[in-house]
Write a protein that binds this ligand. Structure first.
Ligand SMILES: CC(C)(COP(=O)(O)OP(=O)(O)OC[C@H]1O[C@@H](n2cnc3c(N)ncnc32)[C@H](O)[C@@H]1OP(=O)(O)O)[C@@H](O)C(=O)NCCC(=O)NCCS
Length: 178
């Protein structure tokens, strides 16, 4: 197994400005443009962790609660939370800033999964993640049940094998009670 790497070694910060070509007819950032930026920043984080070519395997649900206006400065922060065999979960935070108005808000939080591949596109092993801060440890610990949930939804895992997921709902205990 390859040597562990600290979570912070994969951190990437990307800054963009919302320009007229990026907006919808209400002059707010298009969702697809934001997802493109999220994909890019997260792919760089996964590359930094694995030092390999990476491909996007999945993006967990993203909702658009706060519109981001034309002229806002958008900062995207990405970091690998946990690595499994060939796959890595990346946590992305998005902040929108209206600099003249001195206003900055967190607009999105999302998890993407990337797979490290060789030149032929075949999955290859990646180093484990060593979390250090309280937030990194919390994200690391939650990553296993998020992985199980997304693999069950993608029909790549039998729900009965999703042990971590079942434990948070206490499904077995409830069955025994009935
Ligand atoms: C992602 C990809 C490499 C997986 O290949 P595969 O032949 O299914 O390989 P495996 O079944 O061995 O899975 C490899 C890893 O991918 C993970 N994976 C596959 N599908 C996944 C999904 N929907 N969500 C999360 N992880 C997924 C598996 O859990 C596994 O992780 P692990 O090695 O850490 O245990 C392959 O499906 C692919 O190349 N997809 C296209 C990627 C791409 O082009 N992305 C850009 C979008 S257009």
């Amino acid at each position: 197994m390859t040597k562990k790497r600290f979570a912070k070694q994969s951190e990437v910060i990307m800054t963009e400005m919302v320009l007229p070509n990026d907006t919808n007819t209400l002059n707010n950032l298009m969702g697809g443009k934001l997802m493109h930026w999220m994909d890019v920043v997260a792919a760089i984080a996964a590359q930094k962790h694995s030092t390999r070519i990476v491909v996007t395997a999945s993006a967990d649900s993203i909702s658009f609660k706060h519109p981001i206006a034309l002229g806002n400065v958008v900062t995207l922060k990405a970091k690998v939370t946990r690595a499994f065999n060939s796959s890595m979960e990346v946590y992305i935070e998005v902040f929108a800033e209206d600099i003249p108005a001195n206003k900055k808000i967190t607009t999105h939080r999302a998890f993407f999964t990337f797979v490290a591949v060789d030149q032929g596109g075949r999955p290859i092993e990646v180093p484990e993640v060593e979390p250090e801060t309280e937030e990194e440890i919390e994200l690391y610990e939650g990553a296993l049940r998020r992985r199980q949930l997304r693999l069950v939804l993608a029909k790549r895992m039998d729900p009965k094998d999703a042990v971590e997921l079942k434990s948070i709902f206490n499904l077995d205990e409830k069955k025994e009670e009935n």
